[in-house]
Structures are given as structure tokens and as C-alpha cells.
Design a protein around this ligand. Structure first.
Ligand SMILES: Nc1ncnc2c1ncn2[C@@H]1O[C@H](COP(=O)(O)OP(=O)(O)O)[C@@H](O)[C@H]1O
Ligand SMILES: [Mg+2]
Length: 244
């Protein structure tokens, strides 16, 4: 049940009829409404929509950090609703990379430890985890910062560490929630280039929440959210025959 190998489907993410409410009593809010979507392996998908439309919550559902009230959530062929908390955590550790706007590094750990620890938890031998973490940090330009603590790093550097941490297990899918939201424009662009490079080179599926429509246009597909729903595109995405 917890072994997901051999059960991969062509899709990276398949949601159908996902509904989710959060909060109690009068404060209960219906956040996701009948969300269905299919994201292919290696696809880069941008998720656009006004603040409060449910984008972050949708990413949480895709990563199993939030359970829907109803509907199906299948990631890399694994039905996430059939996994218990421990199995979900293991699944995330191996197959899902998450990049948040606020970095979310562990302040008492060095950059190297921040990247190596999840590998460790995913069952990689400690020495190999450290080696891999070092490689990943070098790949994001932080070879000379591996022993620094988050507080000793700039915002851009912290987000590079977070990116190295997300990419290190070679996940099937990376979800990035406004990853440049706390960074200046130039630093943000660097992070995005690293994110796309990681996605391209490894064939990782990318789901990117952004407010930047230019950035969204660089993805293979753009999904628009509004009031907890994915809006259907008004024009077909596939070009008519005979046109290119
Ligand atoms: N734990 C929670 N309890 C109640 N409401 C929540 C909770 N988390 C988010 N919401 C509400 O759900 C809606 C969607 O939130 P979110 O997914 O963060 O949207 P977005 O990322 O598009 O800005 C918002 O109206 C928000 O206030
Ligand atoms: Mg959000």
C-alpha cells in the first residue's frame, strides 16, 4: 500500500471533483469547488488567480498537506486519500518538492543540513545525503555558503537553499507558491531561471503559482482560478489543423 513504485500512470496529477471547506461553524469557508484537472509528466503549469481564489489550498491538496472533503487526488499514480499521515509524509519526501514564498528553512540548521535532512528522512544514507546536498547547493550557486545558517543568508540565497532542498530528492513534481513574492525583481528572476532549469533538465512536473502573466506564459499551460474553481479556457488550446 505504501510502496508506490510500479504504479505510475502517465499523469503527474489527477484531481477530480475536489471539494474543500475549512474553518468551523459560522467561520466555515468553502474554498475549493468541484476542481478537476490533469497535469502530465514533465509539464509546467502556471496557476493564476486573484488573492483568496484558492491557489495555495489547491497546492496543499496536490501535496497531501490538506485533505479534501470529497473528490479524488491522484499524484504519480498514487491515490493520496488512501495514505495515512506517515505514508503521506514519506510520499512527499520522495516525490514532491515544495517551494514557499517565505522559504521555510529550519533556522537551527545550516544550508547543507536543510537540504540533506529531507534526503536522510527519505532513507538516503547520511553520507550520501550530505554529498547530494552539497551538489544541489553548488548547482544553485551556493557552493561557498553551505555551512551558513539561514539568518546569515540573503532572501535570494535562502530561496536558493529552499530550491536545492526541493530538487534534491529528484521529485516527480515541484509545486512553487509565489516563490519570488518576497524577493526583488532581479533576485526573483534568478530563482525562476533556476526553477525552470531544474524542471527542464530533470523532466520534473512544475506547478507554479504566480501573479506574473509574463512568467505564466513561459509555462506549457496556464490555469485560471476564481472563487475556488478552475475556469475553463474560452478558446481551445490546440491550434486548428493546417495552422502552426
Ligand atoms: N485554515 C483556513 N480556515 C478558513 N479559511 C481559510 C483557511 N485557509 C485559507 N482560507 C481561506 O480560503 C480562501 C483561499 O485561500 P488561499 O488558498 O490561500 O488562496 P490564494 O492562495 O489564491 O490567495 C481564502 O478566502 C482564505 O481566507
Ligand atoms: Mg496563496
Amino acid at each position: 500500500m505504501n510502496d508506490i513504485s510500479g504504479s505510475f500512470s502517465a499523469a503527474a496529477v489527477e484531481l477530480s471533483g475536489v471539494d474543500l471547506s475549512l474553518g468551523r461553524g459560522a467561520a466555515r469557508v468553502h474554498i475549493l469547488r468541484d476542481v478537476s484537472l490533469h497535469i502530465g509528466r514533465g509539464e509546467a503549469v502556471a496557476l493564476l488567480g486573484p488573492s483568496g481564489s484558492g491557489k495555495s489550498t489547491l497546492l496543499m491538496v496536490m501535496t497531501g498537506l490538506e485533505q479534501p472533503d470529497s473528490g479524488a487526488v491522484v499524484v504519480a499514480g498514487q491515490d493520496l486519500r488512501r495514505l495515512d499521515e506517515d505514508a503521506l509524509a514519506r510520499f512527499r519526501g520522495r516525490h514532491v518538492g515544495i517551494v514557499f514564498q517565505a522559504f521555510h528553512l529550519i533556522p537551527t540548521m545550516t544550508a547543507l543540513e536543510n537540504v540533506a535532512t529531507p534526503l536522510d528522512l527519505a532513507g538516503v544514507r547520511a553520507r550520501d545525503a550530505l554529498k547530494r546536498a552539497e551538489r544541489e547547493l553548488a548547482a544553485v550557486g551556493l557552493a561557498r555558503r553551505i555551512h551558513h545558517y539561514p539568518a546569515e543568508l540573503s532572501g535570494g540565497e535562502q530561496q536558493r537553499v529552499a530550491l536545492a532542498r526541493a530538487l534534491a530528492p529528484d521529485p516527480i513534481i515541484i509545486v512553487a507558491d509565489e516563490p519570488t513574492g518576497n524577493l526583488d525583481e532581479t533576485t526573483g528572476r534568478d530563482i525562476i531561471e533556476l526553477l525552470f532549469r531544474g524542471q527542464r533538465e530533470r523532466g520534473t512536473t512544475l506547478v507554479l503559482v504566480t501573479h506574473d502573466s509574463e512568467l505564466a506564459a513561459r509555462c506549457d499551460r496556464v490555469l485560471h482560478m476564481h472563487s475556488g474553481r478552475i475556469e475553463e479556457p474560452l478558446v481551445p488550446i490546440v491550434p486548428a489543423p493546417g495552422r502552426s
